[in-house]
Design a protein around this ligand. Structure first.
Ligand code: SF4
Length: 332
């Protein structure tokens, strides 16, 4: 996850919530991609570290557990840069120009010059991030699948060229498609910081309630007596994700029959959100009061990641005929 600062509910349901659940079934590596943040925000790096810390605090508050998963920060594992460099040597330019997000982002992110070497090459860095840990599965949403596909192609090409003791160095990773429920922001568009329509994981209860009050609803409900449809209402979407069955039943019946008002319905949605956010915010407080604790978690995770990365890079260097030892067989 890029180090973009505090996370919102969209980040939670689109990724974090799935990751928390995966910890029981997989050996997981989660990292804060501070170098990736530089591919679009390179001019002002003053907030990068603070943004990384905010992401980490939200991870910990949402339930990522350093006892079960490796949590680390990309820039503290410099082997990622080395593998990125080596992979960039074998990656044809055409593969990068074809990545759908390349053109899309260049067109959509205005006010920044994205015609940089780093921006074109960031999918190679992503591939290095995945391949470094010999990742077999990458939890992604639909839009990230092309990046995993590219990683498979790069891994295949590497394995064709180079062998480590007669074996392929890298597995070809697979996308693990994670559910991405539709989560609208307060204005009904996709929740995104750039639209200013977010509900943050750190928003206190009064702020959540206030944001809900101004949230758009089914436009058919102009008057209190007009029936509505929760399936076309952003508040209805929130209920579907966060409210229990009983509340959803009440919303369905009440909205369609004009038996309830939107104000009442929104207060129920706020109740459901607060119920989820409160325990997260309590967990977060422990680390906000003692940020050093969080930093130590990140450092311990980064040290573990460096160990794994170092083993992988020894194999890569030997496979490519550039091992650090005299004989080049990894033994001396
Ligand atoms: S009652 Fe609820 S679901 Fe129906 S339009 Fe109002 S806010 Fe939306």
């Amino acid at each position: 996850m890029r180090s973009t600062g505090k996370l919102h509910l969209g980040n939670y349901v689109g990724a974090l919530q799935n990751w928390v659940g995966m910890q029981d079934s997989y050996e997981c590596y989660f990292f804060i991609a501070d170098w990736h943040a530089l591919t679009t925000d390179y001019a002002d790096t003053s907030q990068v570290k603070q943004n990384s810390m905010e992401v980490l605090l939200d991870w910990l508050s949402a339930g990522l557990d350093p006892e079960r998963s490796t949590l680390f920060i990309q820039s503290h594992v410099p082997q990622h840069a080395e593998l990125h460099l080596l992979l960039s040597m074998i990656t044809p330019l055409g593969w990068l120009e074809r990545v759908p997000t390349y053109k899309e982002q260049q067109e959509n992110i205005t006010g920044k010059d994205l015609s940089t070497y780093g921006f074109l090459g960031y999918p190679v860095l992503m591939s290095a991030d995945i391949m470094m840990y010999k990742g077999e599965f990458v939890p992604v949403g639909e839009d990230q699948v092309p990046h995993v596909e590219l990683t498979r192609e790069i891994a295949r090409r590497f394995n064709q060229f180079y062998k480590f003791q007669d074996h392929a160095v890298f597995p070809e990773p697979q996308s693990l498609l994670t559910p991405e429920p539709k989560l609208p922001g307060t204005d009904g568009r996709k929740m995104s910081k750039s639209y200013g329509n977010t509900i943050m994981l750190t928003d206190p209860e009064p702020v959540v309630r206030q944001k809900l009050k101004t949230m758009v609803t089914d436009p058919a409900r102009v008057r209190r007596t007009d029936p509505g449809n929760p399936d076309v209402c952003p508040v209805g979407d929130l209920h579907k994700i966060f409210s229990d069955k009983g509340t959803n039943d009440k919303v369905n019946v009440g909205c369609r029959s004009a038996g309830i008002g939107c104000i009442e319905c929104k207060s129920w949605a706020a109740d459901s959100l607060v119920k989820i956010l409160n325990p997260m915010q309590q967990r977060r407080k422990k680390y906000e009061d003692n940020p050093r604790l969080a930093w130590d978690i990140l450092e311990a995770g980064s040290a573990k990641a460096r160990q794994v990365a170092s083993t992988t890079m020894n194999e890569v260097r030997e496979a490519m005929g550039m091992s650090l030892d005299y004989a080049g067989d990894g033994k001396t």
